[in-house]
Design a protein around this ligand. Structure first.
Ligand code: GDP
Ligand code: MG
Length: 556
């Protein structure tokens, strides 16, 4: 393929504005997938994505498209929209020259529309605004055009109005990709320089690296070197994603594809790494800024004998999600484990779910906390208000964009949900780090019959401690199964108890339902109960099911 006929682009948007649906139509139009009624979010391959209906991983697809007698190779990267996965977006953009900025014709510009636009703008990519869902009854594409002109300074006649669901006008999106996005600036005569922008671990084939070639050519059999580890490998397979892997003889500069080179260890394929030919070392590409975790939680195997399995599962999954940070940790109650950093609460949930679904791992997660820096000093400053307004801009007569400085702790847990319900779903929200501020914080323990529950230790603002403590105690009361004895649930700051609930004694007898005789059935029930117990944690003599922790942590 001549470089002039290659286009590399991403689809970016706010959550639910139709990125994945548009990607489906583009795949159909170019014949990558057959037109059937069942093409729904084809690129959302993970189970967690299908269950939640959201994209969490960027996915690449190479499309072939004929236009005015020329054949084009279009490399499309579908990206997630949620703020927790913006690291996926920024990495994907490094392999692109342009983006489709999809905006819902009914909802208009939302928080992640703005955030994602600026990622593309800073990377100096061509931006093609696409107004989607024009089939909706309340669609107002003209209003959205004006918003786009006002907020992004893009002339309204550049907007393409489509319905990704019905396929209306989608062909003109492909036209615009060819006309408005420049081909990659690359040099095929130079020695190979390939950027690893994503990777996955396959049990049989080892590391599968997603690469964007900036210079040169790579073929099966080439000896290549990782600039990061300086290790040499022989290339076993290269190919394009169409959207499934399709091996090819070579990959040329300007192309996006995959590469397998017998890397058997997850530490060998770092995202951001540069690959070059053994005989031609090159200056490595700049790589990526590492992601900055916002929410931390401890992760422990339910049973310590699972430690090594869980360790390897975490390593493999973090290869595919490099925004998670991992540090070894241990706790008296839970044994050896890790302290993980996530970009947000949804990110934490998705990571946990992927561990369970893709690696069959079962874990205990401790209460998420945000990073604090402790300073040893007697005076800490009291802030009357926890949020400070910074900036305000009207997007149109009905919408305003507000910028606030907030303590991260106030927003990671439930701010988004409260904002959504307060505004009847109209408001949207995005955040970035603004550095550390001083605050009056206390450490709060949760006790069950006097024993501290390590998983639930939290740091809270002094003024909120009572409310948070009360809520956790109530949630625990609702989710703890009754046991043979009474359980006192308490929240405490130091030795001071600030909230208390009680669970009355009782115990379900699993055998009560068997009337005598049937021994196999009895054994089955006992076995099932024993299996259930593996998922329990003992605190003192109290059995706490994993689900109880999850319930308390999730909605806190
Ligand atoms: P993403 O989060 O940006 O990837 O959005 P999706 O592609 O998953 O779409 C979110 C929802 O909007 C889905 O229920 C789609 O069926 C729906 N949707 C997408 N495009 C259109 C459209 O053009 N018209 C209508 N009415 N619905 C659409
Ligand atoms: Mg999607």
């Amino acid at each position: 393929f001549p470089v002039e006929n290659i286009r590399n682009f991403s689809i970016i948007a706010h959550v639910d504005h139709g990125k994945s649906t548009l990607a489906d139509r583009l795949l159909e139009l170019t014949g990558a997938i057959d037109k059937t009624k069942n093409n729904k979010q084809v690129l959302d391959k993970l189970q967690v994505e299908r269950e939640r209906g959201i994209t969490v991983k960027a996915q690449t697809a190479s499309l072939f498209y004929n236009c005015e007698g020329k054949q084009y190779l279009l490399n499309l990267i579908d990206t997630p929209g949620h703020v927790d996965f913006s690291y996926e977006v920024s990495r994907s953009l490094s392999a692109c020259q342009g983006v489709l900025l999809v905006v819902d014709a009914n909802e208009g510009i939302q928080a992640q529309t703005v955030a994602n636009f600026f990622l593309a703008f800073e990377a100096q990519l061509s931006v093609i605004p696409v107004i989607n869902k024009i089939d909706l009854k309340n669609a107002d594409p003209e209003r959205v055009e004006k918003q786009i002109e006002k907020v992004f300074d893009i002339p309204s006649d550049e907007c393409i109005k489509i319905s990704a669901k019905l396929g209306t006008n989608v062909e003109s999106v492909l036209q615009a990709v060819i006309e408005r996005i420049p081909p990659p600036k690359v040099h095929r005569k130079n020695p190979l320089r390939a950027l690893v922008f994503d990777s996955t671990f396959d049990q049989y084939r080892g590391v599968i690296a997603n690469v964007a070639l900036f210079d040169g050519v790579v073929s099966k059999g080439d000896k290549i070197v990782s600039a990061h580890t300086q290790k040499t490998y022989e290339v076993n397979e290269v190919g394009i994603l169409n959207p499934n892997e399709q091996s090819t003889q070579k990959l040329y500069a300007g192309q996006v594809g995959y590469l397998i080179a017998g890397m058997k260890d997850v530490t060998e394929a770092q995202i951001g790494d540069t690959l070059h030919l053994h005989k031609h070392p090159v200056e490595p590409l700049p790589g990526f800024k590492s992601a900055k975790p916002m929410v931390f939680a401890g992760m422990y195997p339910i049973d310590q004998s699972e430690y090594n399995n869980l360790k390897s599962a975490i390593e493999k999954l973090t290869l595919n999600d490099s925004s998670v940070t991992v540090h070894r940790d241990s706790s008296l109650a839970l044994g050896a484990g890790w302290r993980l950093g996530f970009l947000g609460l949804l990110h934490m949930e998705v990571f946990n779910q992927r561990l369970e679904q893709e690696y069959n791992a079962s874990v205990i997660l401790t209460t998420p906390t945000v990073p604090y820096k402790a300073v040893l000093s007697s005076a800490k400053l009291i802030k009357a208000r926890r949020a400070v307004q910074k900036n305000m801009m009207f997007i149109d007569e009905n919408r305003v964009m507000l910028k606030y400085l907030f303590p991260l702790n106030e927003i990671v847990i439930d701010f988004y949900d409260s904002l959504k319900s307060l505004s009847s779903g109209y408001a949207s929200f995005d955040y970035e780090d603004a550095g550390y501020q001083t605050a009056e914080l206390v450490k709060m323990d949760i006790l069950l019959n006097g024993n501290i529950v390590e998983e639930l230790v939290t740091v809270v603002h002094k003024d909120k401690a009572h409310l948070v403590g009360k809520t956790i105690c109530e949630r625990l009361k609702d989710s703890l199964p009754r046991q043979l004895f009474e359980i006192a649930i308490q929240a405490a700051i130091g030795s001071k108890i600030i909230a208390r609930e009680t669970v009355k004694a009782y115990r379900k007898n699993v055998l009560a339902k068997c009337y005598g005789g049937d021994i196999t059935r009895k054994m089955k029930l006992l076995k099932r109960q024993a299996e259930g117990k593996k998922r329990l944690r003992k605190i003192g003599n109290i059995e706490v099911p994993k689900e109880a922790f999850i319930k308390v942590l999730k909605t806190q």
